[in-house]
Ligand binder design. Structure first.
Ligand code: FES
Length: 200
């Protein structure tokens, strides 16, 4: 059997003369352009990177909007509890109102009461309605001129200072302000039994 040479005069065996040996991956003679396959890959990655940047730019605010309420602290609102003019000076008045508390995704409305004391000069102080001992509700006794708690006998003066009983601290003062003649209060709950006010 006769052995057929693979190459003859620099040509692949079987190719006719005059046919170029240049493949598609080789640059044209004398040119410096990027190979077609590499260029396509380059633009592919650039497109992916740009899409990624745009996607992240849109995703971060969206995720933040969805997740942030779950981590946010309990939020309360100012509530109009009545006109200041209607409050008698020097005599505590119980004011009932509905307050809204937002805790993460939860929103709850509840009926609350506060004690407002208008001073002779017109300044108003607002107290939490909860006894600082163990959390009972107290009342103003007009005869004794004291706030009295029925549970264990704590007593407070008109400024909320402890007069007697096991109460460990004065009555808790709530944030309040007057706007347009209206008394606005931000209701808060505090831990009982502590010597200092600590919000729940
Ligand atoms: S809860 Fe008021 S005195 Fe105990």
């Amino acid at each position: 059997m006769t052995e057929v040479p693979l190459f003859r005069d620099g040509e692949r065996c079987g190719q006719s003369k005059g046919v170029s040996n240049m493949t598609h991956d080789e640059p044209p003679s004398g040119g410096f352009s990027t190979p077609v396959g590499s260029r396509r890959t380059f633009f592919h990655w650039i497109t992916l990177a740009a899409a990624g940047v745009v996607g992240l730019g849109l995703a971060f605010p969206l995720v933040g909007t969805l997740v942030s309420p779950a981590f946010s602290r309990r939020r309360r609102e100012w509530v109009d509890v009545g006109g200041v003019e209607e409050l008698p000076a020097g005599r505590p008045t119980q004011l009932d109102h509905v307050t809204t508390v937002r805790d993460g995704w939860l929103e709850a409305k509840s009926q609350k009461a506060v004690w407002a004391v208008k001073q002779a000069q017109g300044e108003v102080k607002v107290f939490s309605p909860i006894c600082t001992h163990l959390g009972c509700g107290y009342r103003w006794d007009e005869t004794e001129k004291k706030f009295l708690c029925p549970c264990h006998g704590s007593a407070y003066d008109i400024n909320g200072q402890v007069l007697g009983g096991p109460a460990p601290r004065p009555l808790d003062v709530l944030p309040s302000k007057v706007e347009g003649g209206r008394l606005l209060v931000m209701y808060q709950d505090f831990k009982s039994g502590l010597s200092k006010s600590v919000e729940v």
